[in-house]
Design a protein around this ligand. Sequence first.
Ligand code: AMP
Length: 285
Amino acid sequence: MVIIKRTTQLSDYLDRHKASKKKIGFVPTMGALHKGHLALVERAKKDSDIVVCSIFVNPTQFNNPSDYQKYPSTLENDIYQLEAAGVDILFLPSIEEMYPNGTKDLEHYDLGYLETILEGQFRPGHFQGVCQVMSRLMKMVLPDALFMGQKDYQQCMVIKRLLEIILLKTEFVTCPTVREADGLAMSSRNLRLNNEERQGAVAIYKTLLALKADLKKGSLASIKKQGVTMLESGGFKVDYVEMADQNTLEIIDDWDGSKPLIVLVAAFLGDVRLIDNMIMRDNNL
Ligand code: AMP
């Protein structure tokens, strides 16, 4: 695995592979890697000739400064895991490399409705930051395929929109959420949970399963409330428990019994904010 820190070196290196028509797969991350990230790498390896992974904790997407400061970093172990997983290039840019003109007054992307709901509503500016870093990374790597996780469902939709805005035809591959044995969605932020919180965190997954089992046609108000109550009784402070159209993320209050439906949750355990989601009724059913 080659570790590259400068954009110019990255394009020199990639140009050689592109000239020989190699398919480039890209897995962007913020590090503190776990099996969820490695599943993206595995899928990218299967679908591509050359796999590029990046680790960059992007300051512009953190609406909460302490969340940024406390973001876990396990770089040495990350490098070891990516090498073992067969990544070809690890891109490790500095903040100056990504934002040579600083992080103030950056470009704005018109994400429309997507930015007004769920994570967009509860983390103002977050998706602008995600787009600012992803547009830079995408232009630097220019991959044939981009691999991202369903765990960040709304982020996947935002990035698909970004690719349209910046006119890139990159194939977008959504990879399923990888979970711990008890069902907790793997996340770098799980490292910040103490033992007791870690045990309690499984309540999110149990809530999603319970809501899926209890889902009925008609008003969704009481099932959403049931989700909030379950999480609150597990000690969570809930940002949202929402049901939305799986294709558009349009919030659904009254379900016709057939529309593809996803439930999305964000909640704090102590000062750690966790998100998760589950398809309730699939497109194909
Ligand atoms: P992050 O490092 O948290 O920015 O995540 C980098 C990529 O890994 C994103 O595309 C995430 O959606 C994906 N990811 C994070 N956690 C998981 C998981 N548990 N399963 C699958 N993909 C994940």
